[in-house]
Write a protein that binds this ligand. Structure first.
Ligand code: PHE
Length: 345
């Protein structure tokens, strides 16, 4: 077979061309011309079908050998080029790690993250579990189980985002839903907090944001948990959060459907050089959040039949952060201005 002889003669030339290729493109070209789909070897293979069985076997083997030799040479050369490229890169792109650092600012945790961690630490040290709950909630956990039945006026005061196309599914308007979920799952006793995102259909302005964080607390048992315990726990938390020795807490009667009695949590503060200062003997009162003794209907809805008693509280995290850092616009907390993040690092 004349063609095969010709192939054998050309092999040396091909191998030389391959060994002399410096780029992947050059190799690809040779590959296409020889062992590619319409390469010269591939077309020769097709012609073998015209030969006798014996010849087909003989020449087929020869042709295969040539093909494999070319294939192996090409992959060898590919590896060689790859190694060369890496060596070349290493030569030109090495970093001199002994150079002095130009910019040593490595970023910092966001104010929200910092605060969440501090609060978590405080409650861990007080023996609380720190739990999470879903942000997409059902009407049942966000309202019904918290003694806020359909058409209850309290539903109007929570400007709720409902999820399109899903019945009675919403973005939770508060973290109180986690109270129900925890009691259903664990029964009594419970000592937990939950910190997370909540949503209300409020326009974004200096004091409102459609998304904000709440800290929910729940301490319940079969009995023996009083408003005195609540007040003491609140005092410790507020003092820890504002990093002061002691604070004065006032519980002012208020209404939440899921508490009985319900109350607003105030603490003493004073103005010093125009800045707010939380202090035990401040001359004014500041509202911090809501609290109360858990309503019997809430225990019932959570599947707790026997005797049960305890307290719950809820604080807005951004409000606490604003008070602590003297921030007057909530948008400062959520914007992406790195100068703000650095400032509160
Ligand atoms: N869930 C209430 C709110 O969002 C706060 C609260 C929690 C009040 C627990 C009392 C007890 O306003």
């Amino acid at each position: 077979m004349q063609l095969i002889q010709e192939m054998e003669q050309r092999l040396a030339g091909w191998l030389e061309a391959i060994a002399g290729s410096a780029t992947f493109a050059a190799l690809e070209k040779i590959k296409v011309e020889t062992i590619g789909k319409s390469g010269i070897l591939t077309t020769t293979f097709k012609e073998l079908s015209n030969l006798s069985i014996d010849d087909r076997k003989l020449f087929g083997e020869k042709l295969n050998k040539i093909k494999n030799t070319i294939g192996a040479a090409i992959s060898n050369q590919v590896k060689l080029i790859e190694n060369l490229t890496i060596t070349e890169k290493l030569k030109t792109e090495t970093l001199d790690v002994t150079l002095p650092v130009v910019n040593d600012s490595f970023g910092s945790l966001h104010l929200i993250t910092q605060s969440v961690r501090r609060i978590r630490d405080h409650y861990h040290s007080r023996g609380f579990m720190v739990l999470d709950g879903p942000e997409i909630e059902s009407d049942f956990f966000n309202f019904d189980a918290l003694n806020i039945p359909k058409h209850h006026p309290a539903r109007q005061s929570h400007d709720t985002f409902y999820i399109d196309g899903f019945d009675e599914t919403l973005l939770r308007t508060h973290t109180s839903c986690v109270q129900i979920r925890t009691m259903m799952k664990m029964g009594l006793p419970i000592r937990m907090i939950s910190i997370g995102k909540t949503y209300r259909n409020d326009p974004l302005d200096a004091t409102h944001s459609p998304m904000f964080h709440q800290i929910e607390g729940l301490v319940v048992d079969k009995g023996g948990i009083t408003i005195g315990h609540l007040k003491s726990e609140l005092r410790k938390f507020v003092a820890a959060f504002f990093e002061v020795q002691d604070v004065a807490i006032r519980l002012r009667p208020s209404y939440f459907p899921f508490t009985e009695p319900g109350m607003e949590v105030d603490c003493r503060y004073t103005k010093e050089n125009g800045r707010l200062k939380i202090t035990k003997d401040g001359d004014s009162w500041l509202e911090l959040g809501g609290a109360g003794m858990v309503h019997p209907n809430v225990f019932r809805a959570s599947g707790i039949d026997g005797p049960a008693q305890g307290f719950a509280f809820g604080f807005g995290l951004e409000r606490l952060i604003m008070l602590r850092h003297g921030i007057t616009d909530i948008r400062t907390i959520f914007d992406t201005d790195v100068r703000n993040i650095r400032h509160y690092a």
